[in-house]
Design a protein around this ligand. Structure first.
Ligand SMILES: Cc1ncc(COP(=O)(O)O)c(C=O)c1O
Length: 561
């Protein structure tokens, strides 16, 4: 475009203007169109091959090196490049330095391959550029959103036909809404929970209107707490900060040896707060697929306690929610219909592109607790979805999910879920069959953790003194940390790493702060053979480490004794 503007094809400012408005209509010439078609064909029809050929997994590249490429802070006044050149640069200079999260060897995070048609749908969403904050900028897309919400709500809560007929397009009620992700879905749930817990009483108009200080005074309390699993996602602590109750009041309930919230402890803690007085338990959060270990809290038992105590129960199913579509494993989520709200991520196991989350409420009037209206949009009683969402302007993610349901059906999604869970079980067996590795958390869904811990060391750990256990664990933590990094930097595969605080479950079980390798098995192209390759690579790296080919950081020594 710059050339066009500089060459004065038009006359002066008038010419520049006509060139500028060209970008709102179509490519400026045939050559530009040809370049765009060439590149876009690659990502629309040959995405898998394009990513394999052009985008690395996680090779070593210093942050400094990539940061140094992006230090220009001056916004250019004049166009710098032609559109075709900019797009070519994106494909040649930027994409290769992104991460190929779609690789079947990339098994470390909850971001992975997506069906190629998702890219088409995302492009259509961008092209239509609807804003579902209000009907006037989205029309059919707003009502489509309500329909998609109802479909997933039905999957969770399974109410009868009459219920869904009444609410699917009801302008006064809401079964849920799309959010940016799991974090804002959790925040929306706790926002509702806070406003319900600290609602109007007497002359007090409610916390949303008058703030926390007035709310605590009106309700005769000093603080609100939220009880969460110790394995919950860190976003819940953010919610404590944002909602003003303080993140110190997001209180962890201990977990058992299989990473499930201890229901006995939950009951005791609720009891303790009741006795203490002047503390309101605003909500309990159960996790459906813990981020680090993929475990599902016992929703039935937790739900029973919450119902008995009149406490709002939120289920953070950002990861595990889609398991409901598995015809085999859905029962793992029994009791989810007892939750007052359920968060799910579209960009996790609904295999949607970034970014999309969802929040659902059992009671279709729950979102009234956070409703806002304005005169020019989101008028009372309108379909304007923005009246009950944290976000204002929003893209029409419903188009993507609705189309994906049509293309794959819940059975297709269920098969993807089954593949992940069954592959995780096979992988766990493979790990247990090898001398070098110790399975740390067995898979319940499709996430597992393990560590490098040679058999001899495992045997020693079973009978060692507490001091010796500490020293061995310290050493193992260093080995696992170093080798995970080495493997990542080699760039062939990626397994993530976390630190779990574990209690002794049986003699020799990992204890204390344990560095573990974490696998998330959601990519249907990942096979057991690929996972064996990853373990083989780790074995080779360990051999190098023992021979001194990989420098030891020297922080811990494992002498005898
Ligand atoms: C259980 C759980 N909840 C919430 C979140 C936050 O989701 P998001 O990153 O989409 O905000 C995650 C993300 O990993 C998660 O695993």
């Amino acid at each position: 475009m710059r050339e066009a503007m500089d060459s004065g094809r038009g006359d002066g400012v008038k010419g520049e203007w006509s060139n500028l408005i060209q970008v709102f209509t179509c490519p400026e010439d045939e050559a530009t169109r040809a370049v765009l078609v060439h590149h876009m064909r690659q990502i629309l029809f040959e995405l898998h091959d394009f990513l394999i050929q052009n985008v690395g997994i996680t090779e070593a590249v210093s942050l400094k090196k990539i940061s140094d490429r992006c230090t220009d802070t001056v916004l250019n006044r004049e166009p710098e490049k032609r559109l075709a050149d900019v797009i070519t640069d994106v494909f040649q200079e930027i994409a290769p330095h992104a991460v190929n999260v779609a690789s079947p060897y990339f098994v470390g995070h909850m971001t992975a391959a997506i069906p190629y048609f998702m890219v088409h749908l995302k492009a259509i969403v961008a092209a239509l550029n609807q804003n579902v904050v209000k009907l006037e900028t989205s029309k059919l897309l707003s009502v489509l959103e309500k329909q998609v919400m109802a479909k997933v709500h039905r999957l969770i809560y399974g109410n009868d036909e009459a219920f869904y007929r009444e609410h699917v397009q009801n302008t006064h009620t809401s079964l849920g809404s799309f959010t940016e992700g799991g974090t804002t879905a959790n925040l929306t749930a706790l926002w509702v929970a806070r406003n319900k817990a600290l609602g109007p009483c007497g002359t007090f108009k409610g916390v949303e209107s008058e703030g926390l200080a007035a709310a605590y005074a009106a309700h005769g309390i000093d603080r609100c707490v939220v009880l969460v699993s110790r394995r919950c996602h860190y976003s819940l602590r953010k919610c404590g900060g944002i909602l003003g109750i303080g993140n110190a009041n997001i209180i962890s309930v201990p977990v058992d040896g299989t990473n499930h919230m201890r229901v006995d402890c939950l009951a005791e803690m609720i009891d303790g707060f009741k006795k203490e007085g002047r503390v309101k338990v605003m909500a309990v959060v159960a996790v459906v697929g813990t981020t680090e270990t993929g475990n599902v809290d016992r929703l039935d038992e937790i739900g029973a306690i919450c119902r008995q105590e009149g406490i709002f129960l939120h289920a953070d199913a950002a990861w595990g929610g889609p398991t409901l579509m598995s015809e085999t494993y859905a029962p793992l989520l029994d009791g989810i219909d007892g939750a007052d709200s359920v968060a799910m991520d579209g960009h996790k196991q609904f295999y949607m592109p970034m970014s999309c989350g969802m929040i659902f409420f059992k009671d279709p009037t729950s979102l009234d607790a956070v409703a806002y209206n304005a005169n020019y949009i989101i008028r009372k009683g309108s379909v304007d979805l923005g009246s009950k969402t944290l976000a204002g302007s929003r893209e029409a993610n419903c188009l993507i999910l609705d189309s994906a349901f049509k293309i794959m059906g819940s059975r297709g999604y269920g098969m993807l879920i089954d593949h992940g869970i069954e592959l995780a079980r096979d992988f766990a067996e493979e790990i247990q069959g090898r001398d070098l590795f110790q399975l740390v958390t067995a898979p319940e869904l499709n996430i597992l953790t393990y560590r490098i811990c040679p058999r001899a060391m495992r045997e020693e750990l079973a009978t060692a003194s507490p001091e010796r256990i500490l020293a061995l664990n310290d050493h193992l933590n260093e080995v696992n940390r170093t080798l995970q990094q080495e493997q990542r930097e080699a760039g062939n595969s990626f397994v993530s790493r976390t630190v779990l605080e574990l209690e002794t479950v049986f003699p020799g079980s990992p204890t204390g702060k344990v560095v573990v390798l974490r696998s998330v098995l959601m990519n249907p192209l990942t096979t057991l053979d690929i996972l064996r390759d990853i373990l083989d690579e780790q074995e080779a790296l360990y051999a190098d480490w023992c021979e001194g080919a990989i420098p030891k950081k020297g922080r811990c020594r494992v002498g005898k004794g």
